[in-house]
Ligand binder design. Structure first.
Ligand SMILES: [Zn+2]
Length: 417
């Protein structure tokens, strides 16, 4: 039976009731309470059901992402974190705190909320010339390399931090990142050009590969796979041997060094020296391996290779112990004030070369990969200005331009053409 009035309400005959539409049943207060209670119960049940379903979906999604992450992180390019006896050995290093390696003075790249916002803002105002429209790569004459004298010291730059060094008859590669992507994935951080100064297949037998750290723009899995059987020996900071062994390099071909330790390559002394940076290739291996710079002392010439580094007092110490250097290959690129602790600004690169007692400095870590927010030529322009101010001679060879340390060093402004 339909109810059309609410006799228990005082206002049943009030004027308001006159205007109430009679299409809807009118209820008593207790009935309204009961109805409301029923409605709330139904609503709560529906909400509970909805949240239960949502929870199940979220858990399934999380499991799928976790499983996919586990599969992806097992891809060989991520390398292998040191473990077992190897790890116990690394822990004996003064640079190891029992958990991971750390910089002298505990300097770390800390990400505060303010810094994060500034980085996002910076990425929203990027210059449009971060990548060159074209980039010429020269190819050295391989006959010149084959016929070079045993006393010659010649350098060929691949761009970024990769070098082919001829010293006292030996052939050495520094951070040979010759692959197409400075990343574990083929869709990100592409080389500016696929052209290589000396393609891998054209390289002569290599006596030594020297690595500064395990970041993708310095240690490239495809390059190591192609080169590993044509290389005499690998010299690396502590822990990096783990990646190399994982990729099939025989353990007897790997020498791991701590800061200030040295090794000899037929009369050439290699000294693993400090840098202020970090390491890691995956999600759970930050600072699991050591990072370094290198001193390379030949019979007549001395080189310094910075690897990646923020500006730090270590440069002065290295300069005092092992300088002066005929050529300092100094990191200058992929910087930003928000990560200045681990990548120098160009003005600091010039000062670092002075601290190292460089006879000549060459800005490196630019001109092949886009890893920061600056224009691709800003590093070399800024360091040139500061070097002039400090009276520091610099050399700026073209990519692939083989130059000898016994001759005047190249210093054109080729990047402006
Ligand atoms: Zn790095």
């Amino acid at each position: 039976m339909k109810r059309q009035i609410m006799p228990s309400l005082n206002w049943k005959n009030s004027s308001i009731n006159t205007f109430l539409p009679l299409k809807f049943p009118l209820l008593t207060l207790s009935e309204m309470r009961a109805a409301l209670h029923t409605h709330i119960c139904v609503l709560m049940k529906r909400l509970l059901k909805f949240f239960k379903r949502l929870l199940v979906i979220l858990v399934v999604l999380w499991l799928l992402v976790f499983a996919a992450g586990c599969v992806v992180l097992r891809l060989p390019q991520f390398g292998q974190k040191p473990k077992g006896d190897h790890l116990e050995q690394l822990k004996l290093s003064k640079q190891h705190n029992g958990e991971n390696f750390e910089n002298a003075g505990g300097v770390a790249m800390t990400m505060t909320a303010g810094k994060f916002v500034r980085i996002i803002k910076a990425y929203m105002n990027q210059p449009d010339d971060k990548v060159p429209e074209t980039l010429e790569v020269l190819n050295p004459n391989m006959a010149d390399i084959r016929n070079a004298s045993d006393t010659m010291v010649a350098i060929t730059w691949y761009g970024h931090s990769a070098f082919f060094v001829e010293m006292d008859g030996k052939k050495i590669l520094l951070d040979p990142m010759l692959g197409e992507h400075a990343s574990p994935f083929s869709w990100s951080i592409k080389r500016f050009t696929k052209d290589l100064a000396i393609p891998i297949d054209s390289l002569p037998e290599i006596d030594a590969i020297i690595l500064s750290h395990d970041h993708y723009d310095h240690l490239d899995y495809p390059t190591i796979l192609k080169l590993k059987d044509r290389v005499g020996h690998f010299y690396v900071p502590l822990g990096i041997g783990s990646h190399l062994e994982h990729w099939g390099v025989e353990p007897e071909k790997i020498t791991e060094l701590d800061w200030w330790q040295n090794a000899m390559v037929d009369g050439i002394e290699l000294i693993c020296t400090p840098s202020q940076h970090f390491s890691g290739r995956g999600l759970n291996d930050r600072a699991a391996t050591l990072w370094s710079s290198w001193v390379i002392k030949g019979k007549t010439k001395k080189l310094f290779f910075s690897g990646d580094s923020g500006y730090f007092p270590g440069f002065k110490e290295i300069g005092e112990k092992h300088g002066p250097f005929d050529l300092v290959l100094i990191e200058c690129g992929q910087y930003n004030v928000n990560w200045q602790e681990i990548h120098m600004l160009p003005e600091e690169s010039a000062q670092a070369a002075i601290d190292l007692r460089a006879k000549t400095a060459m800005p490196i870590h630019w001109a092949m990969f886009e890893l920061s927010i600056h224009s691709w030529t800003e590093p070399v322009e800024r360091v040139s200005v500061k070097a002039k101010e400090l009276g520091l001679p610099i050399t700026t060879p073209k990519i692939g331009e083989r130059f000898s340390l016994d001759k005047p060093l190249p210093n054109t402004t080729w990047w402006r053409n």
